[in-house]
Design a protein around this ligand. Structure first.
Ligand SMILES: [Zn+2]
Length: 293
């Protein structure tokens, strides 16, 4: 087991649960809880050099673009509506400006933002995905390491949809984000919530763990412990209600239950209902503003 928390450096750690990589390798990992800041992290964490093979699947990047089956088909259908909804939510109360999407995938969100008059740029570690962004959308996307070359105070809005939980060096990335964000600019981070009802329901089968690709597993409290170290002011937290259904469906697949669609529908609905009181939706979008200091 690890002996130090990667977020707060505490040594008060305990192994919560063992989880398998149901998506690809069937290898087993531990989820270690920091009793000081509440962050849960995957252990061992494959290094940046070695993690590539855990992403070695077409399905992971296309999210159904070319694959068959009911999950990708449903995902694609709802994806379009989802992108428009997401765009409205993240740009609410903002003037048109410059947007950076970190982990932009094949760039569908950026393309929609561009069609609405925003100046857009993407960062994406997967080379094949970057090629799609360039060819399909004529948008410039670079590797995530290119963030170092972006100018200070140059973006009104930076988005990361289900990306930060994949990042090895959280502090280094957040420092760069704050540098390139304009004073008063907005940062939106979407993350799975390990305190959601569906996470508790599915336990080791919960698709939101997605080990070892997800290195960290946040919730409102543990994410605040990370973000509070930076000059960012919390604005609001917005639920992503569709994720309760999508994550439940994947979790049903991993747990090999009968009637997965029906069960996922019921569990997604219950998760959203319970979260109305607790705020612990399956996934959450955290909104922050860069302070003017
Ligand atoms: Zn900690």
């Amino acid at each position: 087991m690890s002996n130090i928390c990667p977020v707060c450096k505490s040594t008060q750690l305990k192994t919560e649960i063992k989880v398998k990589d149901y998506f690809l390798t069937a290898e087993e990992f531990e989820l270690v809880l920091c009793e000081s800041c509440g962050v849960l992290f995957t252990w061992p964490q494959p290094t940046l050099e070695k993690i590539g093979r855990y992403y070695d699947s077409q399905e992971y990047f296309s999210h159904g673009g070319k694959t068959k089956g009911i999950v990708p088909a449903m995902y694609n259908g709802i994806k379009k509506i989802n992108i428009q909804t997401k765009f409205k939510q993240v740009t609410k109360d903002l003037e048109k400006g410059s947007l950076l999407d970190i982990g932009c995938g094949i760039g569908d969100f950026l393309a929609f933002a561009k069609s609405c008059g925003w100046n857009v740029r993407g960062l994406e570690p997967n080379e094949q995905a970057r090629e799609v962004v360039a060819e399909k959308h004529e948008i410039f996307a670079e590797d995530v390491s290119a963030i170092n070359k972006l100018s200070d105070n140059s973006f009104n809005l930076i988005t990361m949809f289900h990306v930060l939980e994949h990042v090895h060096d959280l502090d280094a990335l957040l420092i760069e984000i704050i540098r390139i964000l304009k004073p008063g600019g907005r940062l939106v981070v979407a993350l799975p919530n390990n305190l959601s009802w569906d996470a508790k329901q599915y336990k080791m089968y919960w698709a939101g763990y997605d080990v070892p690709r997800h290195l960290y597993h946040f919730n409102p409290e543990s994410f605040a412990a990370l973000i509070n170290k930076f000059p960012l002011q919390k604005d609001k937290i917005v639920p992503m209600k569709w994720d309760a259904y999508y994550v439940s469906l994947l979790s049903e697949k991993y747990s090999k239950h009968n009637l997965p669609l029906l069960r996922a529908g019921i569990n997604g609905f219950i998760s959203n209902l319970k979260a109305r009181r607790t705020g612990n939706y399956s996934s959450l979008m955290y909104f922050y503003n860069k302070t003017n200091k």
